[in-house]
Design a protein around this ligand. Sequence first.
Ligand SMILES: [Ca+2]
Ligand SMILES: [Ca+2]
Ligand SMILES: [Ca+2]
Ligand SMILES: [Zn+2]
Length: 356
Amino acid sequence: MSIQPRREGLLALMTVTLLSACGQPQPGPSVTAQGGAGKPPTGQSTAAARVFMPNPLQTTGDQTLSDQKDSATAVPASAYYPVTLTNLDGSGYLRGDWAQVITETGTPVYGSGPFHFTRDQDEFEQVMAYYWVTEGQKYLQSLGFGSELGAVNRQQQLIKVSQQGIDNSYMWDKHNWLRFGKGGVDDAEDGEVILHEYGHAIHASQVPGFGTSVEAGAIGEAFGDYFAMTVGYAVSQREGAPMNAPLGCIMDWDATSYTTATPHCLRRVDTDRHYPEDLTGHIHTDGMIWSRALFDIWTALGARTADRIIINAQFRFTPDTTFAAAAQATVATAQDMYGRAAAGTVRRAFKARGIL
Ligand SMILES: [Ca+2]
Ligand SMILES: [Ca+2]
Ligand SMILES: [Ca+2]
Ligand SMILES: [Zn+2]
């Protein structure tokens, strides 16, 4: 399996520096266009739509699918799942409690639906981004974050969908943006890419400036992959979508542009990488040590308990944390929330990776 460390991470840090160096970022051209184009509000808080669940490889199990230059016929109709977009603000645009899509280059989605687009249409990625970010926040709230537990990125997440050629997505916490690019498979055609980026927004909301050391950066990448796995799984189960690719395989569809071996995975959360001998100094690769520990906790304790512990623990991380310190914080959180047996399970998962 070839690992392409191409998602934001250090690259995004460079991009952010570059943007910062250019002075004030330009406000999205369609911020006003979407709110004030003179189109009447629909008053609807929900709309019917179709999305990938979370991506076509995972549901169809067909590892031969490929981008074919964004062609509609490259993906069978069976890969599209009917869903309901929720929490819309009634403007008729993809704007709501937990997400607002800012279209940089395409036509903004507007109307009362149904939003039945195909992948060759720019609007499809906008619908995907709104849906998966909103589902990500709803999932967090279903775990108790924002009620019983501390709020986690409980705000309207801005999302920029660009139809231009850069194959890179990133989170810019200073401006609360997620930005999805094109190149190979369009990034926002894979729900796991969207959830991965939302994972960075989660960290940034819990610990401002998180990720200033290499190990903290690796934890950020690992958590994004893990979050994509657990939310993708929960929503797929709820919507009755099958899992026809390994659960540990992340961003299957986006990966088809870079990988030849099958199954196509941009990364995995179930590798045997071990600390410290497998460290490479690359955050995306080293993150697979951390994400495997999280995956083992998920398998042992079940999704809900594991996710509540793992995400709640992140409030205790320092921006420049080490693997060891973050693992200790996670064990302590398990102890506080669920007691000794759960703490022991968490400790064993990190021990198995050489982290504790
Ligand atoms: Ca597309
Ligand atoms: Ca891509
Ligand atoms: Ca997957
Ligand atoms: Zn990332």
